[in-house]
Ligand binder design. Structure first.
Ligand code: FE
Ligand code: FE
Ligand code: ZN
Length: 279
């Protein structure tokens, strides 16, 4: 079964808001950020109305929710204070997400900020080794990046080298992002199977736990990270629809992170309930 959802809000009522919004999209799953990407103190997770929200989700067959880690975390940073902040925030986030009972935290691996890919990979693994105890009941899903800036984790090889160096690598998984992969130079429009074959060989398909489904405002191999509405960008509806319905992506949460608030329409489109493009 296709499991579609979107990046939803936690404004005011926390998880309750996230689930209500997901119900309004007729979604099967959802993703939230539990704290602002602008920094500051996080709202206590105990104030997220967890129990009522999870009950409502269950009543609407909404499952496998995902948390996206704050963008401010950069374990690849050469600055000690940035690295330490990342260790602190991810440690706290694991506790918060465990309280919610979610199984997936998606994180951007990081940016090496000019120190080189190898050094970045090493610091990310070091950070994860400081944080993970092996007793976690969730997966840290490294998201594949678009090749922009000094990002780490643009190729399956880079992602695999991080995972290989993590002691508790059974806690490690991967989140692909169709916009990022296409921008990074994987031609998933014409050969998604080729990409999956490479992913399987280098990382192992059993680690693929989450996928972000986005079209892209920029062309193939542009190394830019600019999300576009489904069918309105360089990937196009046909390719994205094929990816969404690929056997390897059934049962895992497929999360839209597209602009403009067209999630209801995009979910209907990818379910074949309408052929009208969003926006
Ligand atoms: Fe992301
Ligand atoms: Fe993403
Ligand atoms: Zn992106």
């Amino acid at each position: 079964m296709v499991k579609l959802g979107a990046n939803v809000s936690i404004a005011k009522t926390g998880l309750q808001r996230a689930v209500e919004e997901s119900i309004s999209y007729q979604a099967d799953t959802y993703m939230i950020y539990t704290r602002s990407n602008r920094g500051g103190e996080a709202r206590p997770i105990e104030q997220f109305n967890r129990d009522q929200a999870l009950e409502a989700a269950k009543a609407h067959q909404i499952s496998d929710p995902v948390v996206h880690l704050s963008y401010l975390v950069n374990l690849a940073s050469p600055k000690p204070e940035t690295y330490e902040y990342g260790v602190m925030i991810l440690t706290e986030e694991i506790r918060r997400v465990s309280y919610l009972g979610f199984r997936y935290i998606v994180m951007h691996p990081g940016s090496h900020v000019g120190t080189g890919m190898e050094a970045g990979i090493e610091r990310i693994a070091q950070g994860l080794n400081e944080i993970l105890t092996g007793d976690e009941s969730l997966y840290i899903c490294l998201e594949t990046m678009a090749g922009d800036g000094s990002k780490v984790g643009n190729t399956v090889e880079e992602i695999a080298s991080i995972i290989e160096r993590v002691n508790h690598h059974d806690r490690m998984a991967v989140c692909i992002d169709t916009c990022h992969n296409y921008s990074a130079g994987y031609d998933i429009v014409n050969d998604f199977d080729g990409f999956l074959t490479q992913f399987d060989k280098v990382i192992g398909l059993d680690r693929l736990k989450v996928a972000h489904i986005n079209d892209s405002k920029t062309p193939f191999h542009s190394k830019k990270d600019r999300h576009e509405n489904i069918g309105r960008g360089s990937l196009g509806f046909e390719a994205i629809n094929r990816i969404v319905h690929h056997p390897a992506l059934q049962e895992i949460p497929l999360i839209l992170e597209t602009p403009g608030g067209h999630y209801r329409q995009e979910i209907a489109l990818l379910r074949g309930e309408t052929d009208e493009l969003p926006g």
